[in-house]
Design a protein around this ligand. Structure first.
Ligand code: G6P
Ligand code: MG
Length: 211
């Protein structure tokens, strides 16, 4: 029934969600904004500038466009330092095996990520070749929960949305996939991802009778 699996990257295939959090937290500290792990859920799946807007909103701070660009770049530089030495060990357990299993069954595979660093991470972890299509933050105008990133994946794969299933660790990503008319698999906690059609704690647990 399903012809394609579209994977979010950060927090689904690679263990980078913590580095995004560390870098945003560091930035929030410099701005004297209290930023908690709970607040951080709102940033998952959301593009860089929108993340910054959310943090500034939490702190009740309003800044000009130029300063905001500088702050976002500062965060990205810290983030890139954190992921600089990333290799295969940065892959989340079960992720690579599951992708290869799907491919051996003839399922198409894609990346649908908000990150502008997606290709660098896929290269470093050695899995870039495993995907038929990669859509990242450089290729879309509208951030998740807008469905653009996933719709673009389906278009490039040349299949309809109802043949796609999306793997996501974020609320914004589940909402985006649903808005695209796709089935959703939440990877993480049931409490946070309750809107998903299926939920598994991690990629090792995924067992779908879908393909
Ligand atoms: C992912 C993460 C977000 C991050 C976004 C943009 O979706 O879940 O937390 O803000 O990518 O990442 P970037 O690497 O472009 O700053
Ligand atoms: Mg994610």
């Amino acid at each position: 029934i399903f012809k394609a699996a579209i994977f979010d990257l950060d927090g689904v295939l690679v263990d980078t969600a913590k580095y995004h959090y560390f870098a945003w937290k560091r930035l929030a500290d410099t701005l004297n904004i209290t930023f908690t792990e709970e607040d951080n859920e709102r940033l998952k799946g959301v593009n860089r500038m929108k993340c910054l807007d959310i943090i500034l909103e939490i702190g009740g701070v309003s800044l000009g466009a130029e300063v905001k660009l500088e702050l976002a770049e500062k965060k990205n530089n810290w983030y890139r330092e954190y992921i600089h030495n990333m290799d295969k060990s940065g892959l989340l357990a079960g992720a690579e095996e599951y992708i290869h299993k799907l491919k051996s069954q003839g399922v198409l595979t894609a990346i649908g990520s908000a990150s502008k660093n997606a290709k660098a991470i896929l290269t470093r972890t050695g899995i870039i070749e495993a995907f038929d299509v990669i859509v990242d933050g450089n290729m879309v105008q509208n951030a998740k929960p807008d469905p653009e990133v996933f719709v673009k994946c389906a278009n490039l794969l040349n299949i309809t949305s109802d043949k796609c299933v999306v793997f996501e660790d974020s609320q914004a990503g589940i909402a985006a996939a649903k808005a695209a008319g796709m089935k959703t698999v939440g990877i993480g906690s049931e409490e946070i991802l309750c809107e998903a059609d299926f939920i598994f704690t991690n990629m090792l647990e995924v067992e779908l009778p879908l393909f």
